[in-house]
Design a protein around this ligand. Structure first.
Ligand code: NAD
Length: 260
């Protein structure tokens, strides 16, 4: 039986993060949501998850590009749910452009949100996990932590960075009952991917249909998008007591993309 834990999932008002939060709640974990959404939407999500699964559901509006907001989110989670047993660093954004035209502020934002936020959450949450002898840190990286694609210099750099951070913290935490792993999805049809289809079409001078067929799914031998539920069940597996020996792993869930 799964032990009930407290989980903080960044970027969980949408897409993969929301799927992971729902998956955790379904197995009895209390969840702290985070991300941008309007108040009504947040209240609806909280009530929906809490009533479906009988768990505590909190929400932090922290902008994870800001270290002081991250510190406040950690404190709020402890106050509302209790000590943090599971941390999922999932918040992320994308921007697609040739490097010569890549806006400096987009580079800075992607590095802050997709990479530095994981450093800040980890450094604040890890001491308590070590002290209690249990912790699970799950970093939502990407197939782009393992391979590159053109026009995604900041994203690919941040995701490769997350892989390095995962392995480093796994080594530092290994003797303390804390595992640290990275999940590397291929394409999942979330708002993050939907938004980049027109940008990719523009950058490559092709139609949106051609982007889906020849750019996104061309990389995935299964020829279909990965589902949010598939990623959520991998996160739930990594959060389990039974996976104590899986640490420092960079785990693809990419329909075979990085096999070739
Ligand atoms: P999404 O756009 O659906 O969700 C992103 C979430 O992050 C939202 O809740 C958003 O509000 C939040 N967020 C964005 N900026 C934030 C900030 N500054 N502070 C706090 N929250 C912020 O995207 P998604 O596809 O679910 O992506 C989630 C993660 O999965 C990202 O790290 C992404 O890189 C990774 N990923 C996605 C795919 C994919 O195909 N969708 C593939 C591989 C990896």
């Amino acid at each position: 039986m799964t032990v009930k834990r407290n989980a903080l999932i960044t970027g969980s008002t949408s897409g993969i993060g929301l799927g992971i939060a729902r998956g955790f709640a379904a197995i009895g974990h209390n969840v702290m949501l985070n991300g941008f959404a309007d108040r009504e939407e947040v209240e609806r999500l909280k009530a929906d998850i809490a009533s479906a699964h009988g768990v505590k559901v909190g929400y932090s509006d922290a902008d994870v590009s800001k270290p002081e907001a991250i510190a406040a989110a950690v404190e709020q989670t402890k106050a509302e749910l209790g000590e943090i047993d599971i941390l999922v660093n999932n918040a992320g954004i994308q921007f697609v452009s040739p490097i010569e035209e890549f806006p400096i502020e987009k580079w800075d934002a992607i590095i802050a949100i997709n990479l530095s936020s994981a450093f800040h959450f980890t450094r604040l949450v890890l001491p308590g996990m070590k002290e209690r002898g249990f912790g699970r840190i799950i970093n939502v990286a990407s197939a782009h932590a393992l391979v590159a694609s053109p026009f995604k210099s900041a994203y690919v750099s941040a995701k490769h960075g997350i892989a390095g951070l995962t392995k480093t913290v796994a080594l530092e935490a290994a003797e303390h009952g804390v595992t640290v792993n990275a999940i590397c999805p291929g394409y999942v049809l979330t708002p993050l991917v939907q938004k980049q289809i027109p940008d990719q079409a523009h950058a490559r001078g092709i139609s949106e249909e051609a982007v889906v067929r020849d750019v996104l799914l061309a990389a995935q031998p299964t020829k279909r998008f990965i589902t949010v539920e598939e990623v959520a069940s991998l996160a739930a597996f990594l959060a389990d007591e039974q996976t104590a020996s899986i640490t420092g792993a960079i785990i693809p869930i990419d329909g075979g993309w990085t096999a070739h």
